[in-house]
Design a protein around this ligand. Structure first.
Ligand code: NAI
Length: 474
């Protein structure tokens, strides 16, 4: 019941408690600001509660099962391995609870007050926060908007949470679907489609465009496409959904494409056709905050919006919708609104796709470097020539280093292969620090590790690789 409307004065208000908002709140508190964080759902946002973390738990579990099953080649004998999805859900819930509990403790420690409510702007320095029991007007000196994104809906297949799922609902299943149809071969569709295939589902992926992971370098995508085929995932490219009938336990999906028309019967459907920013229910215009293309908030280098007392970060501003970008921007926004000379430099935003094998990239590809006016030199090193990759049974993959030919400055690093997600840290450091090929090549890398592929790719770019023969020199 609404008891009344109080007005509070707040020094720095953060709207949204995901990896962008909670980091901004902590950083601002470290700088001596009095911070209130308004969150309508759970602290930790999509990433910790229903996105990055739960999906990685599922992907790891599915891959462990798969590795056991294929481990026969290495002498592992397993009579019957299986995954109990209900028990997995309990494990996943424990991981999420530990992480979100940790974030709450940190916020507490820094004196950040968390308000469970939904905020909408009333004017350039005020929001109305509607909670379950009370509505409060919050007058702020500065604010950081970090409201994130939600799945883009598909008119033909509205999410019902039983048969038609978004990633949130699919990750909460406690049964393994017999046939999962995935609509959209982007990050989410491929990560979860691969995981459910490894858990035993038949999986069909429908993609409107002519390649999986559209926009990604086809050379990086090729091995993922091949692995999907080996796993028995059916991928239909240039696919158009013409109609769908959804029942209580299954759905019939009609699809047309170059391979003709088909009717697919699925007991679970994942709709993963992109995400849209949560900028439409904030009354941003009342706060004089301007939107740019695709409903994203326009910001300057310091992440200030057209209202100079309000910053915006994460999925609601231009750039990739990635948790680590949001967190980074959270720090920048907290600092810039607190008078520090902080700015967002987007040259090295790493991106990881947890497919099989993983794809991890940072900086420019060779064609992007050329388009930017560089004369690029590229070095490659295959996982097949790396001892650690062989011991993992993961020879499929390569590390690619792109550099400016004249100066040797590393412009981009792209890794396709097992644990690429762990190698991208060094890659991001190299790009961010403007390291040269020599820096990478002369840094002693521990043996035997996958990270040696980065050193060897740099050596290949310098024309002196030890463990591969360059085609031009052969
Ligand atoms: P996405 O934009 O990556 O992919 C959507 C795909 O759906 C595209 O390939 C598009 O061509 C296709 N599509 C659109 N409409 C379609 C239709 N009607 N029929 C068939 N295909 C259709 O979006 P996704 O996978 O939903 O992920 C959203 C975002 O979340 C990503 O951009 C990423 O930034 C973030 N994310 C990041 C992860 C990570 O860092 N590992 C994991 C998951 C998501």
């Amino acid at each position: 019941m609404v008891v009344g409307e109080l007005t509070e004065d707040v020094d720095l208000l953060v709207v949204g408690g995901g990896p962008g908002g909670y980091v901004a709140a902590i950083r601002a508190a470290q700088l001596g600001r009095q911070v209130v964080l308004i969150e309508r759902g759970a602290v930790g946002g999509v990433c910790l509660n229903v996105g990055c973390i739960p999906s990685k738990a599922l992907i790891q579990t599915a891959d462990d099962l798969f590795q056991l099953q294929k481990g026969v080649r290495r002498g592992i004998a397993v009579s019957a391995a299986s995954v109990n999805l209900s028990e997995f859900q309990a494990f996943k819930a424990g991981v999420v609870a530990r992480l979100t509990g940790g974030v709450r403790q940190l916020l507490n420690h820094y004196g950040v007050r968390v308000m469970e409510a939904e905020a909408r702007f009333l004017d350039p320095h005020q929001v109305r926060a509607v909670g379950e029991f009370e509505t409060v007007k919050v007058r702020f000196r500065h604010a950081i908007v970090a409201t994130g994104s939600r799945p883009r809906p598909l008119d033909l297949l509205p999410i019902d949470g039983r048969v038609v799922c978004g990633s949130t609902e699919l990750l909460a299943l406690s049964r393994i679907p017999a046939h999962l149809v995935v609509v959209g071969a982007g990050y989410i569709g491929l990560e979860l489609g691969t995981a459910f295939r490894k858990l035993g589902s038949a999986v069909t992926v429908l993609e409107a465009r002519s390649q999986i992971l559209p926009g990604y370098d086809p050379a990086l995508v090729r091995l993922v496409a091949r692995r999907l085929e080996e796993l028995g995932v059916e991928v239909r490219l240039n696919a158009e959904l013409t109609s769908a009938t959804v029942g209580a336990e299954s759905a019939e999906i009609h699809v047309t494409g170059p391979r003709g028309s088909a009717t697919l019967t699925a007991d679970a459907v994942l709709v993963s056709v992109g995400r849209i920013p949560n900028t439409d229910d904030l009354d941003l215009s009342r706060a004089q905050i301007r939107l740019g293309p695709n409903q994203r908030v326009e910001v300057d280098e310091a992440l200030r919006t057209s209202n100079p007392d309000v910053a915006a970060i994460g999925d609601i501003v231009p750039g990739p919708m990635l948790a680590h970008k949001a967190s980074y921007q959270g720090r920048v926004a907290a600092e810039s609104l607190s008078g520090l000379p902080s700015a967002f430099d987007a040259t090295a935003v790493p991106a990881v796709i947890f497919t099989d094998p993983e794809i991890a990239t940072v900086g420019m590809t060779e064609s992007e470097a050329r388009a930017a006016g560089y004369d690029p030199v590229t070095g490659r090193f295959p996982y097949a020539a790396n001892g650690r990759a062989m011991t993992l049974g993961a020879e499929g993959g390569e590390a690619v280093v792109v550099a400016d030919r004249a100066s040797g400055q590393v412009l981009g690093i792209h890794v396709l292969g097992a644990h690429a997600s762990d190698l991208v840290g060094e890659a991001a450091l190299a790009v961010e620090m403007g390291a040269t090929l020599e820096d990478l090549a002369l840094t002693m890398h521990a043996h035997p590790t996958l990270a040696e592929t980065l050193m060897e790719a740099a050596e290949a770019a310098l024309g002196r690789p030890i463990h591969v023969v360059l085609r031009s020199s052969g």
